[in-house]
Write a protein that binds this ligand. Structure first.
Ligand code: ANZ
Ligand code: ZN
Length: 822
């Protein structure tokens, strides 16, 4: 009797067996080559979504495949479990953030197990666990001691009605997400990491990452935003300080017609004090204060600004130019002041048009459609210098270097490099995060907590009202501390860390997750790092990956790890969409993993997700596709069970007796090769699965004829083996049914017999004057002359060429013969 494919039973059975036998546990083994495959760990929201299923299915296939290939595979999972949602739940439902979080973790862990994922759960980490955040605090202190952490005043989002600090994501259209009040700014002293010290290395190291998608590297490059240019000092009339500006176009110095300061520029107050423009300037500054940088730098807004009643002097030609303030100049880039060249910068062009300022071209072009003395928009391309004294006539690129040399010689400017990358603001006025382990003493200032006192525990005697600076301030016990330096009473830092810190080193902790003495042991890091394959959503292409790279570099410089890049290869999986749209509650097109697993089983869900699209592309959810995957697994199951019933005592060795045998041997070996290449190479799981489907078709065809049990048994065995990384439960079940008492997960990956792939005969086409006229099956190993002879003897060819003059015959063995006739 043929058993029905009962996925519910099979999947529960194997998940339990795997767990009981602890088969996914990994330890360092110097005799084996290691392979570290990692999926981005989830935030424990409580429910798995299809994006997770896709991400983890991809990782699981790779992990299982590499294991079968003989690698010592590290495949861990954990929880990015600090963050705002837990705190919001506490405010809304009164549940303690820790309780809410741990319940969610338990639920999500169960869901991951139901997918049959091969994680070594002994290495599980949760960033909200004191065993983890203790070491987070320890790392913070190492960074602090190295001068990588500092405190500085910075404006934060402040809701005047809730009396609370808001995260950027809590500000919606400038209003408080909770109460709808207009959000303002408040100056708070905040902690920063000096990621800018690493700007150049974060940029140049990208060249060492050939295994990363180009688009991700480009996004990182743009985020770092390196600009090479010059700093030039302009004198201000009747003012004792020079005005430094940053420009990427020193070649345009002779085209400067005005200057612009950021409204926050430190000179501004003194420049306007007591003057006739003081009031107007103040009013403008007030207006800009409420705008975000995005609004300020928007290219679609009409330009605004205010003359400040002052003039600067161009250091190269002594020309006097007016000074303005405008929102399009930002204080925290370059020097917060610019020289404006309307002829060659579009923003300056629009500003000059609006305020009736001069436009002086200094770069000309051969383009007949552009008249630089009568521009419709700024001319930003290359060209030859005009109106620029001794630099006139040069190519402008050449002029850039020449002018910088000149500025340096005269002592009025110098070469300068700027990065868009800002220092990382890491403090949050939140409860559910890692406490920053710093103590403020009136005598000693900021002092790190003693390492033996770590972790600085999150207190539980706090209130969640949604009001006030941070729930931590409501604790009666937390603030009180003793200065680690002088022993006097002192107070603790009330801010917690940005959760991006937690996720910047979790991959290191996985290498040594249970270490109670260190964050991680260097020897273990040396064995496992770097991560060979990292997999996650492209939404993390900038921040998470940048921060993790920064941590790795800083830890490397501290001698704590042995590589300065954490992830050798990166795969960014595409989104799961339905009906052409991103799955979302508001559209109502969400398909829940639990539903699919209940109806079809985890193997079907995995197979569909891996088959429906290459991993980097979008995946269009299709109920039909799921149904198809389910039918395919049933078809495999039937085939295997029928074989096991019909043929017992199958011989180990066999001979290929006829064409059908040879064809099946070919199909089997071809599939082994194809799946090995597709999974081992560029992760083309979809084409790998197609080739398994073709093999199944071949096997159904084959069993209708004369069956060679040894060969067929071999095909059945290999079919189950190559399918097992994709659909592990059903494959374990079939493997057991075939009489094996081992886990298929521990089996060796099958090897392709290349000799079976050599076909005895091969098809070649015959062309006459370049047009295909005939196809012939010929022995595969023919040489040119033999092939030509066979073609000319072919009956159809003879008819077609009869009476004509054969001018030339070109024979390409294995492919074609072209006969040229007149
Ligand atoms: C004169 C000039 C002429 C400029 C020209 C450009 C074109 P990137 O490439 O992004 O680094 N700039 C400098 N500091 C600024 C600030 N704080 N806020 C807004 N704009 C600022 O851009 C550098 C250019 O942006 C600089 O070169 C400066 O304008 C402007 F034909 O100087 B340029
Ligand atoms: Zn002290």
């Amino acid at each position: 009797m043929i058993d029905k494919y009962n996925f519910t039973e099979i999947e529960a059975k194997w998940q339990k067996k795997w767990q009981d036998a602890d088969i996914f546990k990994t330890t360092e083994d110097e005799t084996k080559e290691k392979y570290y495959v990692l999926e981005m760990f989830p935030y424990p929201s409580g429910k798995l979504h299809m994006g997770h299923v896709r991400n983890y299915s991809i990782g699981d296939v790779i992990a299982r495949f590499k294991t079968m290939k003989g690698f010592n595979v590290l495949h861990p999972m954990g929880w990015d479990s600090f963050g705002l949602p837990a705190e919001n739940a506490a405010i809304k439902h009164g549940a303690a953030p820790s309780e809410w979080t741990w319940n969610n973790i338990d639920e999500m862990r169960d869901q991951l197990c139901e997918l049959g994922l091969s994680y070594d759960w002994d290495r599980e980490v949760a960033t909200c666990h004191p065993d983890y955040y203790k070491w987070m605090q320890w790392i913070f202190i190492q960074f602090y001691k190295k001068g990588l952490a500092y405190k500085k005043e910075n404006p934060v989002n402040w809701c005047p009605s809730c009396q609370t600090v808001l995260a950027n994501e809590q500000v919606v259209d400038g209003k408080c997400e909770r109460c709808g009040a207009e959000v303002g700014k408040k100056e708070l002293s905040q902690w920063y990491f000096k990621i800018t010290d690493y700007a150049e290395r974060l940029l140049s190291n990208l060249d060492k990452l050939p295994g990363w998608p180009e688009k991700v590297k480009t996004m990182q490059k743009n985020w770092i935003g390196k600009s090479i240019g010059a700093e030039v000092t302009f004198e201000i009339e009747e003012f004792d300080k020079g005005l430094d500006i940053f420009t990427t176009r020193p070649d345009t110095l002779y085209g400067v017609t005005y200057m612009v300061l950021a409204p926050e520029h430190p000179y501004l107050k003194d420049l306007v004090a007591g003057g006739e423009y003081e009031e107007a300037v103040k009013a403008y500054v007030d207006k800009v204060q409420h705008m975000s940088d995005i609004e300020r730098t928007s290219t679609t807004n009409e330009k605004t600004g205010q003359f400040i009643g002052r003039y600067a002097v161009n250091p190269v030609n002594g020309k006097k130019v007016p000074i303005y303030i405008s929102d399009y100049v930002l204080m925290d880039y370059g020097t917060g002041a610019i020289m404006a060249v309307p002829a060659h910068d579009q923003r300056d062009f629009e500003f000059a048009k609006k305020f009736g300022l001069d436009i002086i071209p200094v770069v000309d072009t051969d383009d007949p459609d552009i008249d630089v003395y009568n521009l419709k928009e700024a001319f930003a391309a290359e060209g030859n210098m005009i109106n620029s004294e001794m630099f006139t006539g040069m190519n402008n690129q050449e002029a850039i270097t020449k002018i910088i040399d000149y500025l340096e010689e005269k002592g009025i400017g110098k070469k300068s490099i700027n990065y868009r990358l800002r220092d990382w603001l890491i403090s949050r006025q939140r409860y559910w995060g890692t406490p920053i382990p710093m103590i403020y003493c009136d005598e000693c200032g900021w002092v790190p907590e003693k390492e033996e006192n770590l972790p600085v525990m999150l207190p539980t005697d706090v209130e969640f009202t949604g009001k006030g600076e941070s729930p931590l301030t409501t604790s009666k016990t937390f603030a009180k501390a003793v200065c680690p330096k002088c022993g006097k009473p002192a107070r603790r830092e009330m801010d917690t860390m940005d959760t991006f810190l937690d996720s910047s080193w979790y991959f290191l902790r996985y290498c040594d997750a249970q270490n109670e003495k260190e964050a991680f042991n260097l020897e273990k890091i040396k064995y496992w790092m770097s991560v060979d394959q990292y997999i996650g959503g492209v939404e993390h292409a900038i921040l998470h990956l940048m921060y993790a790279r920064f941590f790795q570099m800083a830890l490397y410089d501290l001698g704590l790890v042995n590589t300065d890049e954490p992830f050798v290869n990166l795969l960014t999986q595409g989104m799961v969409i339905k009906d052409g749209k991103k799955m979302s509650k508001s559209i109502g097109n969400v398909v829940s993993p639990a539903e699919i697993i209940e109806k079809y089983g985890a193997d079907t869900a995995r197979l569909f997700i891996l088959f429906a699209a290459p991993p980097e592309r979008e995946l269009d959810w299709s109920d039909k596709g799921v149904e198809g995957s389910y039918r395919f697994l049933n078809r495999v199951h039937r085939l295997v069970y029928e074989f096991a019933e019909k043929y017992q005592d199958v011989p180990e060795s066999y001979e290929l007796k006829n064409k059908a045998d040879k064809d099946l041997a070919y199909a089997m070996n071809y599939t082994i090769k194809k799946v090995s290449d597709d999974v081992g190479g560029r992760f083309n799981f979809n084409t790998a699965i197609s080739s398994v489907m073709e093999l199944v078709n071949e096997m159904y065809k084959y069993k209708e004829g004369e069956v060679n049990p040894g060969l067929f048994g071999e095909a059945v065995k290999n079919l189950v083996l190559v399918l097992s990384p994709f659909t592990p439960h059903i494959c374990e079940e079939m493997w057991e049914h075939l009489g094996h008492d081992s886990f298929i997960y521990k089996e060796a990956w099958p090897v392709c017999d290349e000799s079976a792939l050599v076909k005895d005969t091969i098809e070649v086409v015959v062309q006459i004057n370049g047009k295909v006229k005939e196809k012939m099956d010929v022995p595969a190993n023919l040489n040119k002359a033999e092939l030509e002879k066979l073609a000319m003897e072919n009956e159809k060819v003879q008819t077609l060429t009869s009476g004509k003059n054969v001018v030339k015959v070109i024979a390409v063995p294995g492919k074609l013969v072209n006969i040229v006739v007149k």
